[in-house]
Design a protein around this ligand. Structure first.
Ligand code: NAG
Ligand code: NAG
Ligand code: NAG
Ligand code: NAG
Ligand code: NAG
Ligand code: NAG
Ligand code: NAG
Length: 397
């Protein structure tokens, strides 16, 4: 197939035939080269420049785009990006995204980079759109290190506002599917499907996250299905569905299913580790979290599962309700989750973890047993104050 693009105005950015005059509605339709070995990102990026200010970028259903280099949504000012076809990340690019040193506030590599943007709508109108991270080989690499894990595929950062992702299927994404941070606000995810096949079970939750966020305000995640699959032959749960790190304020998660996952919807301090406040006197806060209509099958459904102890932690107004547990521990408070692995941090973490936490778990159904009754639930030392409320748990299996 020939490479060409239909754009509303100046085609000067492309060395391409001018196939159409300016379209009155400011729509760009970049087409794929049709060769897996040719990068289609430049054409899509050119369309984002061309039509990103108030326009529409259409990636038609019959197109398969081969992605080698990042797509930059930063210039979007109320753009409407309609992915009806398939975007496939070139497998040979996975190390490029996965091996840079990690930087705190947005300097890491990402495939969809949404930094300092206002009004970004990424969706499939028809529901046929697929974003394929092509990471099956990446999942199976034998060497794991926290330094090479944890890269965002879709990175919303640097004060982006009014960003939505709707009606799309993200499959086999390397590491984090969505990382939201950098003071971004008003972010919405709706009718999204996230699947992965063949994750190495030894990585447990450490590499793969569907949503990971910190320093964000007003996030809504609704009607989302997440299914993480381990390598053939293993039924060990893998990955984390929704994770709240410090600075997260105002999140509603509703109608989300999370299956075959190691962790469900949990406050997890210090997963975005380079970004954690680490002074002994620093405080990390997570506030105003409402998770409702959450269905879970895996290892750890809800609660607090922090990785490290890099600061004092404060949790306010965190509520999980109408949670259906098909399998796994319904609610947990583990301030030193790094204990899951044998690390040098574990004993120090247990000794120093400092929490002031108010958490509510109500209307639990399914395989929930009886709620915990230990008045010191979650507390591992004299520095922790955890005040949980457990209400209306009805075990039906
Ligand atoms: C965010 O802003 C910082 C500081 O201006 C910059 O260094 C970084 O590259 C930006 N991140 C992205 C993803 O653009
Ligand atoms: C966003 O871009 C504006 C200029 O358009 C700049 O002044 C501001 O510092 C940027 N913010 C971040 C967080 O990068
Ligand atoms: C977040 O939502 C609240 C309540 O709707 C609103 O008052 C606040 O301004 C929003 N924050 C931002 C950054 O838009
Ligand atoms: C959740 O699903 C219920 C039932 O389908 C629906 O009524 C409700 O509006 C949904 N919630 C959100 C936030 O979309
Ligand atoms: C845990 O935090 C305390 C202060 O809150 C600090 O003194 C201690 O060194 C921290 N431990 C680790 C392993 O970071
Ligand atoms: C935290 O400690 C640092 C170094 O000890 C000090 O400079 C800073 O003022 C302290 N901050 C607060 C809020 O106490
Ligand atoms: C949860 O599900 C019930 C029953 O479908 C629905 O009425 C309610 O609106 C849902 N809650 C949210 C926050 O979507």
């Amino acid at each position: 197939m020939r490479s060409f693009s239909l754009c509303s105005s100046a085609l000067a950015l492309f060395a391409l035939p001018a196939l159409a005059g300016p379209s009155a509605d400011n729509t760009c339709t970049p087409l794929a080269n049709g060769f897996a070995a040719i990068d289609d990102s430049p054409a899509i990026n050119a369309a984002l420049v061309e039509c990103g200010a108030g326009g529409t970028i259409v990636l038609p259903a019959d197109q398969a785009y081969s992605i080698f280099t990042p797509l930059d949504f930063s210039l979007c000012r109320h753009c409407d990006v309609q992915i009806e076809g398939t975007l496939i990340l070139a497998a040979e690019q996975l190390p490029y995204y996965g091996t840079l040193p990690y930087y705190a506030n947005g300097a890491t590599r990402s495939v969809f980079t949404i930094a300092n943007a206002t009004g970004v709508r990424i969706r499939s109108v028809t529901g046929s759109g697929v974003v394929d991270g092509n990471a099956v080989s990446w999942y199976q690499r034998t060497k794991w290190s926290p330094k090479t894990g944890g890269y965002p595929f879709v990175h919303v950062t640097n004060g982006s506002t009014d960003v939505s992702v709707e009606n799309l299927h993200f499959k086999n994404i390397q590491d984090r599917v969505f990382r939201l941070q950098g003071g971004s606000s008003n972010l919405r995810f709706e009718d999204v499907r996230i699947t992965a096949e063949g994750i190495n079970p030894n990585y447990a939750s450490f590499d793969n996250f569907a949503f990971e966020m910190g320093k964000v305000e007003n996030v809504s995640i609704a009607n989302v299905d997440i299914d993480f699959g381990a390598q053939t032959g293993s039924d060990r749960p893998v990955g984390t569905c929704v994770s709240f790190d410090h600075g997260t304020d105002g999140v509603a998660v509703a109608n989300v299913t999370c299956r075959r996952a190691f962790m469900g919807a949990a406050i997890q301090f210090d997963t975005i580790s380079a970004f954690a406040p680490s002074a002994a006197n620093a405080t990390a806060t997570v506030s105003n979290i409402l998770v409702s209509n959450f269905t879970f099958a895996g290892a750890h459904a809800t609660g607090v599962e922090s990785w490290f102890n890099l600061s004092k932690k404060v949790i306010r107004n965190a509520v999980w309700e109408w949670v259906t547990v098909e399998g796994g521990t319904p609610a947990e408070f583990d301030p030193c989750y790094a204990s899951m692995r044998d690390t040098q941090y574990y004993p120090r973490c247990l000794q120093y973890a400092t929490y002031d936490a108010e958490v509510v778990f109500r209307h639990y159904r399914g395989k929930v047993g009886s709620p915990p009754t230990d008045p010191r639930w979650g507390e591992v030392n004299g520095l922790m104050d955890v005040r949980p409320v457990f209400e209306d748990w009805v075990a039906d299996a």
